[in-house]
Design a binder for this molecule. Structure first.
Ligand SMILES: Nc1ncnc2c1ncn2[C@@H]1O[C@H](COP(=O)(O)OP(=O)(O)OP(=O)(O)O)[C@@H](O)[C@H]1O
Length: 493
């Protein structure tokens, strides 16, 4: 690809000759800035060549080509990259931020951070994404503020977020099944469906999957997907522009309404009322509704009771935080489905075990690692993961305490908590105590004497003996190994 094929420069104005002169800067300085701008553009063109190869023409064309190079701040090492809409900026941030940042760091060491945002000139433009999921064109289009309502009709479902790419485990299978039934059943079932989960656990993924499935099952149907925040922006805009009648009638013309991050509607009385009327109108016509939030309906303080009752009148489905088994499955699924890179089993195990806070970070960590390996030609290894994912890993390394271990072990073996420090020598007490000492050694940075003190002031040699004994028993006795594995899973989830 020629250099001119890459994204254009959005920062021209900020470093233009005229502006420099107005700021009293001399010609030399302006020449240097102009040179820097050209050098950045050249680097960006090179980076684009690599990205197009790695991502493929379609992804590259949809998400990277619209990126415009913004200003570079030497003091902070921050480079701005702009996208035309909020939706596309969020999308690129979620999926490509690490890759872009890494590529820039490799191309130019002064770039320490990459900041992805909406082009400053277009920040106020609406970005609502609605309508039947078109098969091919998912590129968000910049829109005109006067056309807030006219925009209802473009596609906005992410093509990669489908039921086929959603991996199920014990904690999310109920939500997954309900979502499938809601989308695919002949008559509406489980509607309104309310998905509840902590951040990064797949709510948005399932809402998009519902939209795709419904569009496939009922071609030509009209699907509305947006976040509650966007709903409010559109609502206020319609109010200001005296377009409420159009706004209402458009909304009520949809066959499926999917509203994400519903918690953002807290405290916004008039938008809540509008949403309530919309829900009632759609339900009366047997339309399907799906909502997602980071908390249960009852915990949405500041949302009016009538709206709460509508949100919870169908099925409220909880998506639990992915446990280690699901985290492992998600990584394996992504590897078979999306990349042919060779990622050794020990790296998968390490990531699944360590990155436990949410699936977004887990997937982001894997992507970052693979991108780094591809860009530098190094093999993926445990060392590379430790070295490249320091931020994610340290944010995820939860400090497990000896108290927590003792509590978990006592619950597991149905013992009173005081037995951990007691002098009792009955086998039913001694063995769990030894297991707890072993876990304290494996899961905490505490020394043998420190662990001994936490177990009723026992000597360090007692702890060493316990650790060796449990190691030995794990190797010989499948039941003991199963118990310890189950405790490790509970403590590390
Ligand atoms: N079970 C899963 N299988 C496959 N991918 C998943 C799963 N759960 C989450 N993901 C992926 O993790 C990332 C974050 O998921 P998603 O955006 O749906 O989270 P969320 O619950 O909506 O988070 P937030 O509340 O922060 O918006 C996405 O890339 C999504 O595809």
């Amino acid at each position: 690809m020629g250099r001119t094929g890459a994204g254009s420069l959005a920062g021209n104005k900020a470093v233009s000759q005229g502006e420099l002169a107005r700021n009293g800067m001399n010609d030399k300085a302006s020449e240097m800035m102009e040179e820097e701008r050209e050098a950045l553009a050249a680097d960006w063109a090179d980076i684009c060549v690599g990205l197009r190869k790695d991502l493929g023409q379609q992804l590259y064309g949809q998400w990277i080509r619209p990126v415009e190079l913004g200003n570079f701040c030497r003091e902070t090492g921050t480079l701005d990259l702009y996208l035309p809409t909020e939706f596309s900026a969020n999308w690129v941030n979620d999926r490509f931020a690490d890759r872009l940042s890494l590529a820039w760091k490799i191309a130019r060491s002064e770039v320490r951070n990459v900041r992805i945002s909406v082009h400053p000139g277009r920040r106020k433009l609406p970005d609502i994404h609605v309508g039947p999921a078109a098969a091919n064109d998912h590129t968000p289009q910049p829109t005109n503020p006067a056309d807030a309502i006219a925009e209802l009709g473009s596609a906005g479902l992410d093509p990669s977020l489908t039921f086929a790419t959603f991996v199920t485990g014990e904690g999310n299978v109920l939500a997954y099944n309900a979502a499938q039934r809601m989308a695919a059943s002949e008559t509406p079932q489980f509607s309104p469906l309310y998905l509840k989960a902590a951040t990064g656990q797949g709510k948005t993924h399932l809402l998009h999957a519902i939209g795709h499935q419904f569009a496939a099952a009922k071609p030509g149907s009209r699907i509305f997907y947006c976040s509650a925040e966007r709903f409010m922006v559109e609502f206020v805009q319609a109010l200001r522009q005296n377009q409420m009648i159009e706004f209402k009638s458009r909304l009520r013309g949809f066959d499926m309404l999917l509203v994400d991050d519903i918690q953002f509607i807290i405290g916004k009385a008039s938008a809540q009322e509008e949403l309530l009327y919309t829900i009632d109108a759609l339900l009366a016509e047997g339309k399907r509704l799906g909502f997602a939030a980071d908390r249960a309906p009852q915990a949405l303080d500041g949302v009016e009771p009538r709206l709460l009752s509508r949100l919870s009148m169908g099925l409220v489905a909880d998506i639990q935080a992915a446990d280690i088994d699901l985290r492992r499955k998600i990584l394996e699924h992504r590897l078979t489905r999306f990349t042919s890179n060779d990622v050794p089993d020990d790296v998968i195990e390490f990531l699944a075990r360590t990155i436990s806070r949410n699936v977004r970070e887990l997937v982001g960590g894997l992507n970052k690692l693979i991108a780094y390996a591809q860009l530098t030609g190094q093999p993926v290894s445990l060392n590379l993961a430790e070295e490249q994912l320091t931020d994610i890993l340290s944010a995820n390394r939860r400090r497990i305490t000896i108290d927590e271990i003792q509590r978990t072990v006592c619950q597991f073996y149905r013992l009173d908590r005081s037995e951990m420090a007691s002098k009792r020598r009955a086998r039913a007490v001694v063995r769990p105590r030894q297991v707890a000492m072993y876990l304290a050694k494996v899961l905490t940075p505490r020394s043998y004497p420190e662990i001994g003190r936490k177990f009723g002031g026992r000597d360090h040699s007692t702890v060493i003996h316990a650790v060796r004994l449990i190691e030995d028993l794990r190797a010989r006795d499948a039941d003991m190994d199963g118990d310890v594995r189950s405790l490790l899973r509970q403590l590390e989830s």
